[in-house]
Ligand binder design. Structure first.
Ligand code: HEC
Ligand code: HEC
Length: 345
């Protein structure tokens, strides 16, 4: 009798254990399909969007590695030999970050960008990040047509052409060869956006993979996914502020100014890294910039930030200007407030 009870008890326990194990493994199967791991390209295709012009079905990691070399170092090593540099003056990372620049990647707000740069130890650069550029649809937007004219026409909607334009003109280099371009595109593909990078409700993420959406719902979801990150970075060129309107740091935030100075100006100018002009956080540099603040020349911070300089024959290194999106007028004032404080120390 006692044995019988024990036996049936063991039986029940075993059944319970087996059931619980098998539900767990079912659960594990569901968990494995995590919509966050899907690429944005993949989900937009699932939702019926047209494929992108530069679509690459499968990343080739060896090519992506070559692309990484070209972007970070300007050359790679092929058959034991150093390849020809893209530019003698710059590498891509002098002007572009290769990581996210915003906590919320639908934002283009300059102060959020600075805050994120501070939190993540990034430089604060005149070019947009190339991270996630694989998923963008528009390049050299808005006012860039004023700087590069007809060259922009073919670069606006075609990433490969945008890379060529930048390699030759922004980087003061050359048009790159097919193998170089292909490698850079694979690097971009490797750093494409995923569902985990965008901010949409979990229920929408799961709806994606459950396959229960109506055609209308698909269209709407594709739209909200595309709104959850920047499709093309805005670019507003500002004029040099008239002398009598310049606030000269009045009311500016010195802390932000220091950040901008260190993460933008010193990134290129410290120890004359890409230019003849050395700038550091000492008095001498600050006095130079403060002294010239009222001018309309390249030495004036109000002029240089908005216009940069131009590369010319014999002097190809130049300073790219900051658009309003990359440095707001308020940030410029913060920068001047900091320079004033150091200069007057
Ligand atoms: C001296 C600065 C500088 C260097 C060096 C540079 N770029 Fe750029 N690049 C810019 C600026 C400024 C823009 C203007 C648009 C923007 O990024 O928002 C730009 C735009 C681009 C764009 C279009 C981005 C967009 O969203 O509009 C691509 C792609 C690009 N660059 C790729 C490269 C690559 C690849 C290299 C290296 C071979 C490179 N750039 C080197 C300054 C630079
Ligand atoms: C992407 C690199 C880069 C960044 C960022 C940058 N500069 Fe420059 N800057 C240059 C280059 C290159 C020149 C051209 C000078 C040359 O011919 O060597 C230049 C020129 C200048 C000049 C003019 C020098 C002259 O005598 O004509 C000033 C002033 C200047 N920069 C200040 C700044 C300040 C202030 C900042 C921060 C807001 C800044 N720069 C950010 C690269 C940069």
């Amino acid at each position: 009798m006692y044995k019988k009870i024990l036996l049936s008890f063991t039986l029940i326990a075993t059944v319970a254990l087996v059931t619980s194990l098998s539900t767990r493994s079912n659960q594990a199967k569901i968990d494995q399909i995590d919509p966050n791991t899907y690429s944005i390209e993949q989900v937009l295709n699932m939702l019926g969007e047209e494929p992108m012009i530069h679509s690459i079905p499968q990343v080739d990691l060896a090519k992506a590695k070559v692309g990484e070399d070209l972007i970070f170092k300007g050359y790679t090593v092929r058959d034991g030999k150093k390849s020809k540099r893209i530019s003698n003056y710059f590498v891509c990372t002098d002007c572009h970050n290769m990581t996210s620049e915003f906590a919320d990647i639908s934002s283009q707000d300059a102060s959020e960008r600075l805050h994120y740069a501070k939190e993540n130890g990034l430089p604060f650069l005149p070019g947009s990040t190339l991270w996630g550029i694989y998923n963008r649809t528009s390049f050299y937007n808005d006012d860039y047509v004023r700087k590069y004219g007809d060259l922009v026409t073919n670069a606006r909607d075609t990433l490969a052409n945008a890379v060529q334009l930048c390699s030759k003109y922004c980087a003061s280099g050359r048009y790159i060869e097919d193998w170089e371009l292909e490698s850079i595109m694979h690097y971009f593909k490797k750093n494409e956006l995923h569902v985990s990078d965008i901010n949409i409700p979990d229920k929408d993420k799961y709806a994606l993979i459950n396959g229960t959406l109506t055609e209308d719902q698909k269209v709407n979801l594709a739209k909200s996914i595309k709104e959850a990150y920047v499709q093309g970075y805005g670019a507003t060129f500002l004029e040099t502020m008239p002398r009598n309107e310049r606030p000269y740091g009045k009311g500016g935030n010195v802390g932000n100014g220091k950040l901008i100075y260190e993460k933008a100006c010193m990134f290129c100018h410290e120890n004359k890294r890409v230019t003849y002009l050395h700038l550091d956080d000492g008095k001498l540099s600050a006095r130079f910039l403060w002294r010239n603040r009222k001018k309309y020349t390249d030495q004036s911070i109000y002029q240089i930030v908005r216009h940069g300089t131009y590369s010319k024959v014999g002097r190809k290194q130049y300073m790219p200007h900051f658009t309003k999106e990359k440095m707001s007028d308020a940030q410029l004032n913060d920068l001047v407030a900091y320079i004033k404080q150091i200069a007057k120390r």
